[in-house]
Design a protein around this ligand. Structure first.
Ligand SMILES: *[C@@H]1O[C@H](CO)[C@@H](O)[C@H](O)[C@H]1NC(C)=O
Ligand SMILES: *[C@@H]1O[C@H](CO)[C@@H](O)[C@H](O)[C@H]1NC(C)=O
Ligand SMILES: *[C@@H]1O[C@H](CO)[C@@H](O)[C@H](O)[C@H]1NC(C)=O
Ligand SMILES: *[C@@H]1O[C@H](CO)[C@@H](O)[C@H](O)[C@H]1NC(C)=O
Length: 393
């Protein structure tokens, strides 16, 4: 028994070692991305040295003696100095191993010195780090669906252009199948022939599948929609059942509905805004179809408000507050003259809006002529954004 378990442990160990070894081996192959970096920097170097010459001196004389700068070793050296941009080890290693290829490419007059030619010569044909477009793997096999139009142009071929990958298709949204020539659930086939497949998304009212464009092609209607014999899936207007709470109004949406808070001026409403109130809230008065805030500090009966010494009346949305005038501080229900030495600092502080508001709140204990009822609820309401939908489905 002990021997068997020991043997099993040993086999497991061997397996792990071989897996690690295989992984390392795989990483060892030249990386197409590294090779592409060299090619990119080669193109940049070409551009950078385009207008250069031998530098200083009599250029004409240099050119006639040393040959054209454009094809010179001097220029090649300048380009080769910057072929690896990242600090990684792989690029310098690849370059060192294949330096003579770069020189061969440079001095072979039959090859045009352009990026795409260098990529083909260096990365694909000689370093063998990359493959031509639409081919993949160690021997550059054609991608699934052929190198001409892999994945029917409805997906991406895994490993395409590199010596890696599986060559399998990763289909675009809406497409499925080995060659991405079938439509996914929720999509319908708009067009299909030997070479092309076009899938389009079903109408928003369809539960899953459909046979074509529009709400009358759904196999089944989505929740929130009901089937009509002639027109297909139609939106249900949930608002006709008055599903919202007090002081909210209903807004129908495609397949659903939202309950939104009434304007602060309203007590019940049919829509957004102070002109859609069923009734005006306390502290508001209807004028021209709209509920407007009453200025309690100037309206009828204001004479009795905030009349204690040093007080003044401030109108608020739906109510009013009594605060202390400049030079006064809170004292019980009323206000008293500010002690002399504090006066200067405090007067400056009064100019800051936040502090002023804080004072107002502190003084908010007066109830002499009208209870300041519901203020906290109204403040809450105005903080909740008026149109934030509250999905009820
Ligand atoms: C290969 O594909 C890339 C981008 O997809 C393109 O820029 C390049 O020109 C293609 N190369 C060839 C030889 O078709
Ligand atoms: C297939 O359809 C495409 C358009 O989607 C068209 O360009 C192509 O010519 C068609 N091929 C054949 C063989 O009918
Ligand atoms: C309102 O004021 C009266 C006196 O003016 C006081 O007796 C009563 O307690 C106050 N009520 C509240 C809720 O502050
Ligand atoms: C204030 O709003 C929150 C949610 O936004 C709610 O839970 C709370 O009950 C509200 N308070 C008042 C006083 O309306």
């Amino acid at each position: 028994m002990k021997l068997i378990s020991l043997a099993l442990t040993f086999v497991t160990f061997l397996l792990i070692v071989s897996v690690i070894h295989a992984k390392k081996k795989k990483e060892k192959g030249p990386q197409c991305s590294t090779c592409k970096e060299i090619v990119r920097n080669f193109a940049k170097g070409l551009e950078r040295t385009k207008k250069s010459n031998y530098g200083g001196g009599n250029t004409d004389w240099e050119e006639s003696r040393l040959g054209q700068y454009a094809n010179s070793e001097v220029r090649l050296t300048e380009i080769m100095d910057d072929l690896c941009s990242d600090a990684g080890k792989e690029c310098p290693q690849m370059l060192e191993a294949h330096e003579e290829l770069v020189e061969e490419f440079w001095f072979n007059s039959g090859l045009a010195k352009v990026e795409v030619e260098f990529h083909r010569y260096f990365c694909i044909e000689n370093v063998k780090a990359c493959c031509p477009n639409n081919t993949f793997g160690p021997s550059c096999k054609a991608c699934t669906g052929g190198a001409e139009r892999p994945c029917k142009e409805n997906g991406e071929c895994d490993g395409q252009g590199t010596r890696e990958g599986s060559g399998k298709c990763k289909c675009k949204l809406g497409y499925s199948g080995k060659e991405c020539d079938s439509c996914n659930d929720g999509y319908y086939e708009d067009h299909k022939n030997d070479t092309h497949t076009v899938c389009k998304v079903c109408h928003i009212s369809c539960k899953t599948s459909c046979s074509g464009d529009g709400p009358n092609t759904c196999d089944e209607c989505k929740e929130g929609w009901k089937n009509d014999e002639n027109t297909g899936c139609q939106d249900i207007n949930e608002c006709s059942d008055d599903p919202c709470k007090e002081n909210e109004y209903c807004s129908n949406t495609q397949g659903s509905y939202s309950c939104l808070r009434c304007n602060v001026a309203c007590n019940g409403c049919a829509g957004p805004g102070a002109d859609k109130c069923a009734e005006c809230n306390d502290g508001y008065l209807q004028k021209d179809m709209e509920c407007l805030d009453i200025d309690e500090c100037t309206s009828d009966g204001h004479e009795g408000r905030c009349t204690l010494e040093g007080q003044k009346c401030i109108n608020t949305a739906g109510s009013f507050k009594c605060i202390c005038q400049a030079g006064f501080v809170k004292d019980g229900d009323g206000c008293k003259l500010k002690p002399k030495e504090e006066e200067e600092e405090e007067e400056e502080a009064e100019l800051k809006p936040e502090e002023k508001e804080a004072t107002e709140r502190e003084e908010d204990s007066d109830n002499t002529s009208k209870p300041d009822q519901g203020t906290s609820e109204q403040e809450n309401a105005s903080k909740t954004t008026e149109d934030t939908p509250k999905e009820e489905l």
